[in-house]
Design a protein around this ligand. Structure first.
Ligand code: BEZ
Length: 211
């Protein structure tokens, strides 16, 4: 059965470009992003791993550990990293898993046989400090992911884990947020001293509370 939101992310041990790791130990008490790509030495994947490396400081600021995966070997990953660093002008500093026996790919449902029998699709999981799955998204091989969107979702997840708010369409860090429906307007006015704008009884905005 495939994983769903709120499920516990399966733990695993893996061979990676940073040696053998235990997934939970690697994540520690922070957040995690685990993402698969179809294969090494492919153009879109090269740009995706480059973009992730470029954004490494942004992930770190948010206490997020990143981990990539494909079914290629550690040796192949290591050789490919040279190309990524050269062509994308970055230094890949996160581990890439060599899931040669596909055990992790299967546990995370990253192989979609109607897309490819052998390669992983572009799946991405955001995992919370409680080791539960907060988001998953799957792109086809032909479409590279938007990693700025991944950071945006992490900002939303971290904010909404702390406050009784949700974030509207296209929200970005610093913009107004929505008071969740389970909070009465009376409580919202008490809890959000920066003010509550009531557009409809079910649509109430407040400035981002932690800004
Ligand atoms: C790529 O990453 O460039 C790619 C991988 C598989 C199919 C098409 C593109």
């Amino acid at each position: 059965m495939s994983l769903r939101l709120g499920d516990v992310a399966p733990n695993f041990k893996a061979q990676t470009t940073a040696g053998e790791i235990d997934f939970y130990d690697y994540l520690g008490t922070g957040w995690g992003v685990l993402f698969s790509h179809p294969a090494d030495y492919t153009p879109v994947c090269t740009t995706e791993l480059g973009k992730t490396a470029f954004l490494q400081e942004e992930f770190k600021k948010r206490n997020v550990k990143v981990l990539a995966l494909s079914v290629d070997s550690v040796e192949k990953h290591n050789a490919w990293i040279h190309d990524i660093n050269e062509t994308q002008q970055v230094t890949v500093g996160f581990p890439i898993i060599a899931d040669e026996d596909k055990s992790i790919s299967h546990a995370y449902d990253m192989i979609h046989p109607h897309a490819s029998e052998t390669f992983t699709v572009r799946s991405l999981f955001i995992i919370g400090p409680d080791k539960k799955i907060k988001l998953f998204i799957t792109y086809p091989a032909s479409t590279g992911r938007n990693f700025v969107e991944v950071l945006r979702v992490i900002d939303s997840l971290q904010l909404t884990a702390q406050y009784s708010v949700a974030t509207p369409a296209d929200w970005k860090e610093g913009e107004d947020v929505i008071v969740v429906p389970s909070v009465s307007t009376e409580d919202a006015i008490k809890n959000f001293p920066k003010g509550v704008t009531i557009v409809k009884p079910y649509l109430r905005y407040t400035p981002q509370p932690n800004k």
